[in-house]
Write a protein that binds this ligand. Structure first.
Ligand SMILES: Cc1ncc(COP(=O)(O)O)c(C=O)c1O
Length: 385
């Protein structure tokens, strides 16, 4: 008997296998509960102290390294896709449709995960009107999407806001059904009530890490970027229901806090959570110039944090959220003094490649090595030639 259970445990934790899903005990009031999830990521992701410069007195910031969740740097998206793709396969889908910005991390993560599971992937990507008729190129996320053979349909920002992501994905869905395909649609950012389970599970993971002594004191705050709402919905409802009881703050990088309070409310209602989003999460604006647009200060901040701590933040999500957090700490230090904060690094490294030109003036330090002509060769013959 024991060996059967052991065998089952072994087979269910295998990479890319489907596992039965059992909710945390504190999530018993949520409904529906997913029955299965794919093992797509490398979990638990590490938690470590983040030695940020210029923190208020006795403030500690720790990092949850979801940027290391695996699947070609897929960050927070892996957790949602574990549930969403299990549903797609259960429904007999033979392909996945999803939608996002031209450098969407979510679209790239979905393209990779779909291919792992032998599903085709169709992406609708939003770009500027001027670029819509051109080859979208191979920068950052696009390179990975195109390497794994995702089908790409470009739409303009104007079309996207006029028609909406739901109608656009439905148009493609109908077209594919007529061609005899069985598509499964994943909404922007994978943020629906099912995807929310990804970050409900992340909170269970953090609880286990605390129990195992990763750090000796509970966190007072959990902080994350917010782009489509699913990550923050999961973090906040699970923190509220579990023993973690930290204060959850989201820094939104597009739209505005009111939009996200409503959107997160919809996700919570879809789970029958029976709570108000405004009671369980504080949403702050960190949009700056606009979605995926960076100020010089934000990019300088990303550079400074990389140089001082070795942690690379992406410019679109975690970079803006951490910048927003540090700005608030500088403005209201007493609010943060003595608090222990867990910042969720949600990934997005490939988005940085899209900022090469803007980053270039901030990055120096190279030189031609000075070598005297008279220096004789002693070793290294033939290596790498
Ligand atoms: C790297 C990264 N971080 C954070 C987010 C925000 O997460 P969510 O869409 O769940 O709000 C996204 C996606 O939108 C992302 O790609």
């Amino acid at each position: 008997m024991a060996s059967t259970i052991q065998q089952e445990l072994q087979s269910t934790s295998e990479f890319l296998s489907l596992r039965s899903y059992h909710r945390p005990s504190w999530a018993s009031t949520l409904n529906p509960i997913p029955s299965h999830a794919f093992n797509l990521g490398h979990f638990p992701t590490p938690i470590h102290k983040w030695n940020l410069p210029n923190l208020p007195k006795d403030t500690e910031v720790w990092l949850k390294r979801d940027d290391l969740s695996g699947m070609q740097l897929s960050g927070n998206k892996v957790r949602k896709l574990e549930f969403l793709l299990a549903d797609a396969v259960a429904q007999g889908a033979d392909c996945i449709i999803t939608i996002g910005g031209i450098q969407s991390n979510h679209c790239r993560a979905t393209a990779v995960a779909a291919k792992y599971l032998n599903l085709d992937c169709f992406l609708i990507l939003r770009t500027s009107k001027l670029l819509m008729e051109k080859d979208p190129g191979l920068t950052g996320n696009l390179l990975v999407e195109r390497l794994v053979g995702a089908h790409i349909d470009l739409v303009s920002k104007e079309e996207y806001s006029r028609i909406g992501s739901l109608t656009l994905t439905n148009l493609l869905k109908e077209k594919l059904i007529k061609e005899g395909r069985k598509p499964y649609v994943i909404p922007v950012g994978g943020s629906n009530s099912l995807g929310t389970w990804g970050y409900i599970e992340a909170i269970r993971e953090i609880e286990h890490q605390l129990q195992k002594g990763t750090t000796n004191k509970n966190f007072d705050d959990i902080i994350s970027a917010c782009g489509s709402g699913g990550t923050v919905a999961g973090l906040s409802i699970a923190t509220w229901l579990s023993d973690l009881k930290a204060k959850v703050t989201a820094f939104c990088v597009c739209d505005d806090p009111d939009y996200f309070y409503d959107y997160v409310q919809g996700l919570l209602d879809g789970l029958g959570a029976g709570v108000k989003s405004r009671d369980i999460v504080k949403i702050e604006n960190a949009k700056g110039l606009g979605y995926a647009m960076s100020t010089d200060e934000e990019l300088k901040f990303v550079k400074e944090i990389a140089e001082t701590t070795g942690v690379i933040l992406d410019p679109v999500y975690s970079g803006k959220a951490a910048y927003g957090m540090m700005k608030d700490m500088a403005k209201n230090p007493t609010k943060w003094e003595g608090r222990k904060i867990l910042f969720i690094h949600t990934g997005g490294l490939l988005g940085l490649f899209d900022k090469n030109n803007e980053m270039a003036p901030l990055i120096g330090k190279w030189r031609r090595m000075e070598i005297d002509e008279s220096i004789p060769r002693i070793d290294g013959t033939g290596k790498m030639f």
